[in-house]
Design a protein around this ligand. Structure first.
Ligand code: SAM
Length: 283
């Protein structure tokens, strides 16, 4: 069958873009090539693609990977994908919202690599779902809005550093792959994009005694960026004496701002709080 490019496919099927679904389709073959190369996929891999569109990236994935499962929400794209990719017996298409799909069931427990040109309106919810659910991802290679990618990749003391940076570094090592400008898409988005790969760490970067408390502490520490930790952590409702003792024991000045703390310092502070809260509960 003749291979049509993105623009030709959109024309052939008279496809109409839905802006609210974040539909910006790739038209630049060099970006497709760099995503495939950057994702390190081989014929041994099962890839999950989120939002295949008219299948531009999907076709390249089908040729590089062992198996590809794609999840697409727009029912108008389903017949196009079925027709255009019918010659690939390693392709499975799921119609649905990735946020409501049982991703773990798609993998049957075996490790997978996620590759996607993500719809930007749901980047963070999709990422949180992939990371926090018990889903066996090995790597996640995604094209996302540049500003969000910078946040995922940021370290302490920088303007991009936030709770998302800490969360990502807890689970993964990150690698920026390339910048993609609006001309690589139809229709063109208003912002630059970056391709970034997250590689799952074999061990979490830190091992807090209470993971829930650790994440609560991280989120709250960035809730009011201009305030000191002493002030911004007050809404957690922890006894001020316990807080003061925990800061002292962790060797962290409560006059610092959350954005200056390393992930190790967050873990240390959360463990000191946990220990004192535990003592209080046992009394
Ligand atoms: N992969 C194609 C490409 O690179 O040309 C399309 C990428 S486009 C940025 C995002 C795709 O995600 C669209 O096909 C859109 O319909 C789909 N999408 C949007 N929200 C989704 C959701 N919640 N679940 C699954 N797919 C979604």
């Amino acid at each position: 069958m003749e291979r049509l490019n993105t623009k030709e496919l959109v024309k052939k099927y008279g496809f109409r873009f839905t802006k609210s679904l974040g539909q910006n389709f790739l038209v630049d073959p060099t970006v497709v090539r760099d995503i495939i190369e950057g994702s390190n996929i081989t014929k041994a891999d099962h890839v999950i693609e989120i939002g295949p569109g008219v299948g531009t990236l999907t076709r390249a994935l089908l040729e590089a990977a062992g198996q590809v499962t794609a999840v697409e929400i727009d029912s108008a794209l389903i017949p196009i994908l079925k027709e255009e990719l019918k010659n690939y017996d390693n392709f499975r298409l799921i119609e649905g919202d990735v946020l409501k799909t049982d991703l773990k069931a798609l993998t049957q427990g075996a490790p997978v690599k996620v590759v996607a040109n993500l719809p930007y309106y749901v980047t963070t919810p999709i990422l949180l779902r992939l990371l926090e659910e018990d889903f066996p991802w090995q790597s996640i290679t995604i094209m996302i809005q540049k500003e969000v990618a910078m946040r995922l990749n940021a370290g302490p003391g920088t303007k991009d550093y936030g709770s998302l940076s800490v969360l990502i570094s807890y689970y993964a090592d990150t690698e920026l792959i390339r910048l993609v400008t609006p001309v690589s898409f139809i229709p063109q988005p208003k912002v630059d994009s970056l391709v970034i790969r997250l590689d799952r760490r074999s061990q979490r970067r830190v091992a807090p005694k209470d993971e829930q408390l650790f994440f609560q502490l991280v989120r709250q520490s960035f809730a009011m960026r201009r305030k000191t930790l002493h002030n911004t952590l007050k809404p957690m409702g922890i006894d001020p004496v316990i807080m003061a003792d925990s800061f002292a024991a962790a060797g962290i000045d409560p006059g610092r701002r959350g954005e200056t703390l390393t992930i190790e310092e967050f873990a240390r502070l959360s463990d000191e709080i946990k220990e004192r809260l535990g003592h209080e509960e046992n009394q």
